[in-house]
Structure formats: C-alpha cells, structure tokens
Design a protein around this ligand. Structure first.
Ligand code: ATP
Ligand code: MG
Ligand code: MG
Ligand code: MG
Length: 469
C-alpha cells in the first residue's frame, strides 16, 4: 500500500519534475494577512505573488500546505466525524503558475498525474467547469477524452473564485472521484451532491480577471494558476477506500484512540474516535505553530477544537485524559514531513493534558445541567439560548459544543438568544473596563469575539478570500 507520506512526496516530485519550485508549507498562522485566522488554502502564502505586490525567483511552484478550516468563511468543524471527507486540519497539495502557464497546461498536468502517474481509473472521474468557460470544457474534452456528460457546467460560486471584493478572480474547474453507488450522494450539480460518493479531490483555479471597485472585470495581463488537492482525499482514493478516516494515517490515530478509550474502533463510538483523532491532529499542529489555548482569537478556536475532542473522549468512555497520549502517534505518522511536530512534542503533550484535566472537571457538571434542561426536548425542538449561554459562561462550553451535544437528538439551539445573552454580558464588562488597550490587534479580536459571541469566527474583513480555493 502506498502511504500518505509517499503520496505527498509523489505529488511534489511530479511537479518538481515539471520545473516547479518546491516551497515548504507556511505556518498555520498567516504571515501576510492579519485578517485571516488560519491559512486555509495552499495559495494563501502566495497571495502577494499573485497580485504582483511581491516577486519571487520562480514563476511556478508546488507545495503541501498545512490548512485549518475551523472558523471564518471555511468552517468544516461541524462536518468532522459526520462526513468521510472533512477535517479541521488537512494538507492541501498544490501547483501554482504566476503568469507562467495557464489552463491547458494546468489541466494537462492534473490529468497526467491523476491517471497516468497514479493510475486512477478515468471512468470514475467527473470534471466540472464554470458554466461559461467553454475553453476549459473544450480542453477537458481534448486532454482527458472524458465524455461530454462527465464535464459538468456549474453556474454557482463553487466554480468561480475571487481573492476578495476586488483583485484577481476567475473560473474554477474541479475533479470529482466516484467511489461507487454503494455510497450515498449524487454527482456535482445534482440535488444530493453533498454526499461522500462523488468526492471533490482537486480544484483548479484559473485566475484570469482583475475585478475593479465597481465590479467590472478586465483581463489580467498575465493569467495565473492556483490549484488545491486534499491530500487525505487523494490518499483515500489511492488506498481503495471512500473514507479519509480509513487511510493509514487516520487508522493509526483512531486505533490508538480506540485502545486508550477501551472501546472498539468500529463500535458505538466510531464518530467520537474520529473527532478525537482529527482534533488532536489539528491541535498538535496549531500548538507547534505557536498557538496556545486562550479565551479569544486564534487561541479560542484551538480551545474550542480541544474541548470538543475532550467531550468526545468523555462520550467514548475515557476515564482519564487521553488526548496527550495520541501525540506520539501523530509525531510518528507526520513528524518526518513536519519536524516542528517533533520539536514541539513535549509542549503539545503538556498543553493537551492540561486542557483535558481542567475541562473534565467542569464537563461533567455542565453535561448534567444540559441533560436537565434538554431532557424533555426531542427531534425538532430548540434549546433556550440562555441555557447555552450559561453553559458557556459557567462551564466553559463553547457554543458549538452545546450544539454538537444535542445534534444526535435532533435538538437545535436558539442562537439569537445565546447572542443576546452574550451581548448583554459584554456590555456590562465594557462598562466596567478601564484599560487603554489601543493595539489594533486587540481591538480586532475584541470585535470579533463580540460580533460572533466568541464562538464562531465568520467573516473578518471583507478581503478574506471568498472561497479561497
Ligand atoms: P468541499 O466542497 O468538499 O467542502 P471545498 O470546495 O470547500 O471542498 P476547496 O476550497 O476547493 O475545497 O479546497 C481544495 C481541496 O482541498 C478540495 O478539493 C478538497 O480536496 C480539499 N479540502 C477542502 N476542504 C477540506 C477539508 N475540510 N478536509 C479535507 N480536505 C479538504
Ligand atoms: Mg468546503
Ligand atoms: Mg467544493
Ligand atoms: Mg472546491
């Protein structure tokens, strides 16, 4: 079986062979964009190269970029454990052309790697193009020989990318793999596309326009290419499973979690073990990149991820802290590719342990309160927002954790009631606050925390990439 590590290397080697400069992953905390919570796509570290603000000594590049999508416009936190294809942390493999090659070579490279080098069966592949992009449609026809009914024209935003309200933008083309009709889900563009059967593995972005303040588009003088492929999804295909959590890397983590929690990997607590594996990995990488649990900003996103994992460890029946004991497994799987994990291993273990010890103390009491308050609620009911706020305020339950805890019962939470309670408390705190705190960053985090109830970071400034690939 070809390992995750081999497949990452094979991708990078292929593009190196095609003359692309290999660029190491940037840290998860964006170095060039204070408005973005975490790097969430392979192109983020290259934003200024695409706009021409920065130049590098190469015109084509390839990378495996660490990404986190647990806040902001891309938030996959709620998907984790419930789909076979979403993680909070994942690696995005990419090839980039900064005014060098364009559509034809991008499609050619993608098709060659996928079908010739990796040997993926073309009969299982479907491509999408933006509905007006005849050029991409014709290139797929010519290069791949895919039949016309498997090159689907899509009108929606999924197939048109822009960096922000202004600047580079252009149509996308996505490659989907059909895992077979034993898996629920329909082809892209169909009403049931949001399943695990047709999985999007690669997104090719053709940056060809420059959008002005007034919304008008002109041709970019030097069109560029930005692509992103989810490593774990590609590995799933290569390892013959539709399920990312069945790839070598995640098997190792979920097997270890299953042993630590003394519950079978495939049993009643399968979802919880997956959430634990995913979240420990995200937590480990965030800590290695200098983020520590906190009550605001990036640290709060990390804390939310960890508390969610801690709750799932509790659900799975773990009697003692277990998260930190998965860190050596994570380092074992990924430490060679990401030595920062090994360097920070002691800190990661300590931090996870401390968070788990602390949160377990209040978790029990909080869950009891939740049980009392939600005991009579069933499918279709809504939990009072004030209760969710009390859980947050007194027991440190992030909003999404309460939501997650009720999800299996089909009970939702009154978000506006929660927000109102939060706003009231913030107003009281502000009235009592006499600090000078004028640092722009602090103000930003404060505003974000206030706007989003400190639980969910949706949106930032307008210039966070809209659907950064
Ligand atoms: P999806 O529609 O499946 O949520 P996406 O369109 O949001 O994916 P892109 O922004 O196009 O994803 O990112 C490029 C690639 O990164 C995707 O084609 C997919 O292979 C991978 N990817 C995106 N989100 C995740 C995730 N949460 N976990 C793992 N891989 C992901
Ligand atoms: Mg998505
Ligand atoms: Mg998509
Ligand atoms: Mg996409």
């Amino acid at each position: 079986m070809t390992s995750t590590n081999d497949i990452r290397a094979s991708f990078l080697d292929f593009f190196k062979g095609e003359g692309h400069a290999p660029v190491p992953s940037s840290p998860l905390v964006p170095q060039n964009d204070p408005t973005l919570m975490f790097v969430n796509a392979g192109m983020v570290p290259f934003k200024n190269v695409f706009t021409g603000r920065e130049s590098r000594d190469y015109t084509t590049a390839t990378s495996a970029q660490k990404c986190v999508r647990a806040g902001g416009k891309h938030n996959d936190l709620e998907n984790v454990g419930f789909t076979a294809r979403h993680h909070t942390f994942f690696e995005m493999l990419g090839n980039f052309s900064f005014g060098d090659y364009f559509k034809d070579q991008a499609i050619e490279h993608a098709w060659t790697l996928i079908t010739k080098i990796w040997g993926i069966d073309p009969a299982r592949l479907t491509a999408t193009v933006y509905h007006t992009d005849d050029e991409a449609f014709d290139l797929w026809r010519k290069i791949s020989g895919l039949p016309e009914d498997r090159i689907i024209r899509i009108a929606g935003a999924d197939n048109f990318w822009s960096m922000g309200d202004t600047g580079p933008c252009g149509p996308c083309s996505e490659l989907f793999y059909d895992h077979g009709d034993h898996i629920p889900g329909g082809p892209p563009g169909s009403p049931d596309e949001d399943g695990d059967r047709f999985v999007e593995i690669w997104n090719l972005v053709f940056m060809q326009y420059d959008q002005g303040e007034d919304g008008s588009r002109s041709d970019l003088p030097r069109p560029s290419i930005d692509t992103g492929m989810g490593l774990e999804r590609a590995v799933a295909v290569m390892q013959g499973t539709h399920d990312n959590f069945e790839i070598d890397l995640f098997r190792a983590l979920t097997e270890a979690a299953s042993e630590l929690a003394h519950t079978p990997r495939e049993g009643e607590f399968k979802t919880s073990l997956r959430v634990i594996a995913d979240h420990v990995r995200a937590g480990g990488f965030l800590i290695a990149d200098g983020v520590l649990p906190a009550n605001e900003g990036r640290g709060y996103v990390l804390r939310r991820i960890l508390r969610r994992a801690i709750r799932h460890a509790h659900i799975a029946g773990a009697k003692d802290p277990i998260l930190h004991r998965l860190v050596p497994v994570l380092s074992g799987q990924m430490g060679a590719a990401y030595p920062e994990l090994v360097r920070a291993q002691a800190l990661i273990e300590q931090t996870l342990h401390q968070e788990e010890v602390r949160f377990r103390q209040t978790l029990d009491r909080g869950l009891k309160l939740l049980d009392e308050q939600a005991g009579d609620l069933g499918e279709g009911d809504t939990l009072d927002g004030g209760v969710a706020f009390k859980l947050y305020d007194t027991f440190g339950f992030p909003y999404d954790l309460t939501e997650d805890a009720l999800k299996t019962k089909g009970v939702s939470v009154d978000r506006s009631g929660f927000d109102a309670a939060m706003a009231e408390q913030k107003a009281a705190a502000r009235a009592a606050w006499s600090g000078s705190g004028s640092a722009a960053d602090e103000t930003l985090w404060f505003d974000i925390a206030e706007r989003d109830g400190g639980t969910e970071f949706t949106g930032y400034a307008a210039d966070e990439s809209d659907g950064v690939i």
